[in-house]
Design a protein around this ligand. Structure first.
Ligand code: NIG
Ligand code: FE
Length: 410
């Protein structure tokens, strides 16, 4: 890949924490040599030209080369949308009130239960096409809108099918504990039993998910219910990710640290103790900067504080039909810069290497370095700072996945 004005990438296979989040390798006129889907060299274009005789060249036309974006938190398997709730919030209703009236997560659950596999797969395919066009080359995908054994399995099998048939790498997460379905509202213990005794063993046995997630929240699963589910998941070999401290300061960050989770997500209400626990346990905070904005909530995650406290922050879209109908990581980067005061370099690290590490893939993706998979985004921008500086337009000109052009805009 040649013709770039700049190549910008974080370095290494481990999460970059604190000050190191802002240290990129930025190379004027940088180029990448690719063989068999892997990066074999990175350096000034002139030097690479003397070392290799390329069989095919991608001209970046004065743009910027960055690693493929990694979205570490999404809920992309759904069939129906919730624009009515968005509008209700403009008139003062809150996310929790809407959920209590039977809207919210349970509204999407109704749509998923009624939808066929074909419908869900077609819809997911559209979502994945859009992720790709926005530069996302790896995406974590949660179930969690089925909430019966069969409907959760249906969603995870749809993800498995999509994994085989399109270029983006999908990382499946089982989120059977997203909410208590209506039929178990008065029998919560029985639902937790169902998740632990029937859903998790089936998911683990069929290898339908790499991770298990729980919505730990006053309106969803308590700390004890979450611990029981997550310990069971861990004993079955699944990694752990948690939705924590999003709406109330319940202490979910401390639970994520106690359990050695791969990530603790949201964290709008995280306490100082929670921050320290995450740091000590090396849990990656996966922040979702657009969610409070979308939900009209004042409280935002302490993004700057987390970095200054020495954590390795990742940022994600949290794409879902209710709390954040957004698929663009460049746009998330802009909001992280505006709301958390993160630099462009910190945002890029958060949406590539740190997100990859939270998914156990730090050695494989997340940077432009020799040996890594050749997942590269060509930005229609003169340098990486434009990623956060320019809003309202996709900066993505082309996307290379495993060394092949998977998307290109003329
Ligand atoms: O990450 N907080 C829980 N889950 C989602 C919202 C899901 C929904 O409202 O459909 C989230 O914000
Ligand atoms: Fe979420």
């Amino acid at each position: 890949m040649r013709g770039a004005r700049e190549l910008a990438t974080p370095l290494g296979n481990e999460p970059r924490a604190g000050r190191a989040m802002g240290e990129l390798r930025a190379l004027d006129g940088g180029a990448v040599a690719i063989h068999d889907g892997r990066i074999v060299d990175v350096g000034p274009e002139g030097e690479l030209a003397t070392r290799y005789a390329a069989t095919a060249e991608l001209d970046a036309r004065g743009g910027t080369l960055v690693p493929g974006f990694v979205d570490a938190h999404t809920h992309p398997v759904f069939a129906t949308t919730r624009e009515d709730e968005f509008e209700l919030r403009t008139r003062g209703a809150t996310y929790v009130e809407i959920a209590e009236r039977g809207g919210g997560i349970l509204s999407t659950v109704r749509g998923v239960r009624e939808a066929s596999r074909e419908t869900l797969l077609a819809r997911l395919g559209l979502h994945l096409e859009r992720f790709l066009a926005l530069g996302t080359t790896t995406v974590e995908c949660k179930s969690g809108y089925g909430l019966t054994l069969d409907d959760e399995v249906k969603c995870l099998e749809v993800l498995a099918e999509a994994r085989r048939t399109q270029p983006i790498e999908l990382v499946p997460t089982f989120l059977g504990a997203h909410d208590f379905p209506l039929e178990f509202r008065t029998r919560k213990r029985e639902y937790v039993d169902l998740v632990c005794e029937r859903m998790l063993p089936r998911v683990a046995e069929a290898k339908l998910a790499e991770y298990c997630d729980v919505f730990t929240e006053t309106i969803a699963f308590s700390l004890d219910e979450s611990r029981r589910i997550l310990e069971r998941a861990r004993s079955l070999g699944l990694g752990l990710r948690l939705h924590v401290d999003q709406l109330t300061p319940l202490g979910g960050a401390e639970l994520a640290a106690e359990l050695g989770a791969a990530s603790a997500d949201h964290l709008e209400h995280v306490s100082e103790r929670g921050i320290e626990a995450l740091r000590a346990a090396k849990v990656v905070p996966v922040l979702c900067p657009v969610v409070p904005l979308f939900l009209r909530q004042d409280k935002e995650a302490p993004g700057r504080r987390l970095i200054d406290a020495g954590l390795a922050v990742a940022i994600s879209t949290d794409f879902n039909p209710g709390s954040c109908n957004l698929q663009s990581l460049p746009e998330v980067m802009s909001w992280a810069a505006l709301r958390y005061r993160m630099s462009a370099a910190e945002c890029l690290t958060a949406a590539t290497l740190n997100a990859a590490c939270s998914l156990g893939r730090g050695a494989e993706i997340g940077t432009l370095e020799v040996g890594k998979r050749a997942d590269v985004v060509v930005l229609d921008a003169p340098n990486h700072r434009h990623l956060v500086y320019e809003l309202g337009r996709s900066p993505v000109r082309a996307v290379v996945v495993r060394g092949r052009v998977a998307y290109s805009r003329v």
